[in-house]
Design a protein around this ligand. Structure first.
Ligand code: SF4
Ligand code: SF4
Length: 161
């Protein structure tokens, strides 16, 4: 069953579509992953990237990242209407840093312990927010996660106190 039927994409499908950066690049420092496999008429990410790291010749093509130009700044993350952009950093020992979009309450704050969710919304562990900033009404939240979960965690849930 493909992502079209399931409603979520798997790491194997991302790999097959050429959407995952090489491991060596991920270990050098933060870099964006565009989990946007559908040919939809959207190219916002191409225009908001200050480093011109996202390429698309026609508006309905799949966005392609130049992993050498992307510095993993995260500017594009809260601006993607499909919430399909994630920054992953595997350069730190023992942990991965993932920057992901967040549009729920409570407000995310540095130091909060959060539940980590996979692409199906299922809990897969706990992490800590290391940074959070807002663009319009969408947050970009950088969360520290166990390193072996970098390809699994794509959302967070902040339990009410
Ligand atoms: S993370 Fe920053 S440099 Fe990389 S594609 Fe997004 S906006 Fe561009
Ligand atoms: S802005 Fe988001 S939804 Fe639009 S093309 Fe880029 S990654 Fe896909």
């Amino acid at each position: 069953m493909s992502y079209k039927e399931k409603g979520y994409i798997t790491p194997e499908e991302l790999e097959k579509l050429g959407l995952l950066p090489p491991r060596e690049r991920l270990e050098k420092g933060p870099v964006v992953i565009a989990e946007c496999p559908e040919e939809i008429p959207c190219n916002i990410c191409v225009h908001v990237c200050p480093f011109k790291a996202i390429k698309m010749d026609k508006i309905y093509e799949i966005p392609r990242i130049d992993w050498n130009k992307c510095i993993g700044c995260g500017v594009c993350v809260p601006q993607c209407p499909g919430q399909a952009l994630f920054v992953v950093d595997l350069s730190k020992p023992g942990q991965a840093l993932i920057t992901l979009p967040y549009e729920f309450l409570p407000r995310p704050e540095k130091g909060m312990r959060v539940k980590l969710l996979n692409r199906q919304g299922k809990p897969v562990g706990e992490g800590v927010i290391v940074k959070a900033w807002q663009h319009d009404r969408t947050w970009a939240v950088t969360v520290s996660v166990p390193k072996d979960k970098w390809l699994e965690v794509r959302a967070i849930w902040i339990p009410e106190k």
